[in-house]
Design a protein around this ligand. Structure first.
Ligand SMILES: *[C@@H]1O[C@H](CO)[C@@H](O)[C@H](O)[C@H]1NC(C)=O
Length: 333
């Protein structure tokens, strides 16, 4: 608990008064690999059948338990009956492998395939719905969300990406699956890897050659003053998904879903939306209710989604200054 920020600690304390129906469990029976990522799961007592599955993927130095504690996906699972899988990174730095060819490629191995195998396990053992699988995560978990959406569009139906980089942006030539420490790519992190929409789209398509099925609908969140994964990564990620989804920018809606955020709508707003968070750094608060609507678990999932200003979902994640001991080089966050 000591590594959580004050805000996250307060949130955890607050949620004590709002007891969960169930608890986070490690799934010891899961050993499919191919990497040693741990599988943790939250199954609410009122699980619906079959139950939608949300993959909630932690940041660097994070853990399954930290992401469980610092977000409200489990609390909302009690209301809506879905399952949450919290994968736990096998790397010493707690980062995900989002840079090896193996992890980037469909059925290529790596942490991405391990996470997809967790989905399969949840379908077989926990009554999960294979047709309603969603991914979300922060920082390194955001990168992994993009990787999963790119390599496994047949599994992932929608994603919500908090402060990440484009799919394939962290590719590091020579990186191999199972490497001890996922490789860092400063050019990408600093927002200096600039490509065209076509180039980014081609990259994503190359990870699953020949695939012609549907692609995930994506929400992309980023803070304008992020100095870990620079703001340019929002624009580059939106270029990528707009190309993959075959849609283009339509309009901006200011102060949506809350003051200071700009909602960047692509197409008709049902497949791709960016959220630019003014003067927010690397820790963009997780907006669980917006995500749930986007996933189709609640509401319309379209551009009308809004968060009441009286109850901001300001779930805070540890910032690099409070987390302690993070080596910036590996701090994908
Ligand atoms: C839409 O909003 C983004 C984020 O504030 C901004 O960078 C972009 O210039 C805006 N586009 C238009 C056409 O207003």
């Amino acid at each position: 608990m000591h590594f959580l920020s004050t805000a996250a600690t307060l949130l955890a304390l607050t949620s004590l008064g709002n007891a969960l129906s169930s608890s986070l469990q490690q799934v010891t029976g899961f050993n499919s690999g191919p990497t040693a990522a741990g599988m943790y799961i939250y199954v609410p007592t009122n699980k619906v059948s079959p139950a939608p599955i949300i993959l909630a993927i932690h940041y660097c130095t994070g853990t399954a338990n930290a992401y469980f504690s610092s977000t409200l996906y489990a609390q909302y699972a009690d209301t809506y009956g879905y399952i949450v899988i919290y994968p736990n990174s096998p790397s010493p730095g707690g980062c995900w492998d989002v840079s090896s060819t193996a992890s980037l490629t469909h059925n290529g191995g790596g942490d991405s395939e391990t996470i997809i195998n967790m989905v399969q396990y949840a379908v077989e053992h926990y009554g999960g719905d294979s047709s309603r699988v969603f991914a979300t995560g922060s920082s390194s978990g955001a990168m992994m969300t993009n990787v999963l959406a790119g390599a496994y569009p047949n599994v992932i139906k929608a994603g919500s990406v908090y402060s990440g980089v484009p799919d394939g942006c962290f590719y590091v030539a020579g990186a191999t699956a199972g490497m001890q420490t996922p490789a860092w790519n400063s050019q990408c992190a600093d927002g200096q890897l600039i490509e065209t929409a076509q180039q980014w789209g081609d990259l994503t398509r190359s990870y699953y050659p020949g695939y012609t099925g549907s692609r995930p609908k994506m929400l992309i969140w980023h803070g304008t003053i992020d100095t870990t994964l620079y703001y340019e990564n929002l624009a580059q990620t939106l270029l990528q998904w707009s190309n993959v989804l075959g849609i283009s920018f339509t309009k901006n809606n200011t102060n949506t879903p809350q003051s200071g955020y700009t909602q960047m709508v692509y197409g008709d707003g049902t497949e791709l939306i960016g959220y630019s968070a003014l003067n927010v750094g690397h820790t963009v608060p997780v907006h669980e209710t917006v995500d749930l609507a986007w996933f189709g678990i609640t509401g319309s999932g379209g551009t009308t989604t809004s968060v009441p200003s009286s109850s901001p979902t300001s779930t805070a994640l540890p910032t690099s200054s409070t987390a302690g001991g993070t080596i910036p080089k590996w701090g994908q966050w």
